[in-house]
Design a protein around this ligand. Sequence first.
Ligand SMILES: Cc1ncc(COP(=O)(O)O)c(C=O)c1O
Length: 437
Amino acid sequence: MSELAILGGQPVRRRPFSPWPQYTEADARRLQEVLESRNWGGYPFPNRLADEFAGKFAACHDVRYGCCVANGTIALVAALQAAGIRFGDEVIVPAYTWDGTAAAVLFTGAVPIFADVEPDTYCLDVEAVGRAITPRTRAVMPVHLAMRFVRMDALLALAAERDLLVIEDCAHAHGGQYQGRGAGSMGDLGCFSFQSSKLVTCGEGGIVITSRLDCFEMLQSLTNCGRASLTDQFKRRVVGSNYRITEFQAALLLGQLEGLPALAQKRGRHAALLTQALSEIEGIRPLPPQPGLTRDTIYNYVFQYRPPDARLSRDAFVAALDAEGIPCDGRFYEAVYRSDLFPASAEDFPQLRLDRERPMDYRQCCCPVAERAAYEESVWLPQFLLIGDEQDVEDIARAVAKVMANREALAQAGAALEGLKSMSRAERPRLERERNY
Ligand SMILES: Cc1ncc(COP(=O)(O)O)c(C=O)c1O
């Protein structure tokens, strides 16, 4: 077996993987048309292309309405506001997700409560949600993470029983379906991000989808500076903001949506091949299949590093795999309550001390499955590794096998090799200037 690239050997992979984002000539044409139309902004609201896209995106996720907004974090904030979440309300979120899921709850004036995730999907554990409910709980925010869905049948039953709102964070789940139902259609509202790394992207952007007209009207008012929605049947007035997107963004999104099914199919096919190849490597565990998944949506391909001994850390494994030419990460997410991107305190967010003897102290949280995923076990491969050809898949599997076969040499070289891969995510961007997602 050849020497590892991280130790000075030849990498398995020298070619870059497929470029991301993808675009076509039709995208260039649409952008040019917007340019020449001089109708660039989000006003009049909803503007022409943004409205066309929102309608198509909603339909493809089995809901009635869609409201485009500035980004995925704002989508979550707007959805919480539209659902009527208020200062001091508790909202249950998974402990293992992008920090923005919980930050959005804080921005709304509410209190995020962390519940652990399941070991085979890394998605919210419905039993843990049940244990986290208090008299102040108003909502739960399931995140369909990476390539799996929350067990929505069980979660919806619990929410109905305990009278909770359900706001789905579908930032990873564009076009996906669980038990035949579109991502974002199962709860009261669903939120998506169109940030650069996402399966449908216009650089930055987001959307909230829903079949509830009362929420849709409120979303439009919140997004459009408090102005009444076009239907205005519920006559609710609110202090709004400007969450609108531009027509340039909407022009790109229309093309992205057209390209999604073909790319999703390719990702699904290559993910299946990769799962087969990885399952033959000792110490590597692909996520088991999820029976309820009726349409794949693979934002990152995630597998588990489960070596027979603790000699080599997951971060060192990931650093070595990356050096073999396979872009990957381990600390893609952390347990949010331990993350340096989530220094939430009652000074900044006074709701954390409302009606409590002591302010909420997130350092007391303990979600073992989330922590194991974040710091020991999970390996994340970005989706663009799966939109090329089968040679790409073979290279990934060969590189994983090579690193696993050379664990001993790597362990002897020591923890210094972990480098960026064990570094705090708040500090990383200064060292990752080339990364566009
Ligand atoms: C799970 C999850 N929720 C929310 C967001 C926030 O989206 P955005 O970056 O567009 O604000 C992201 C993406 O970054 C995400 O991955």
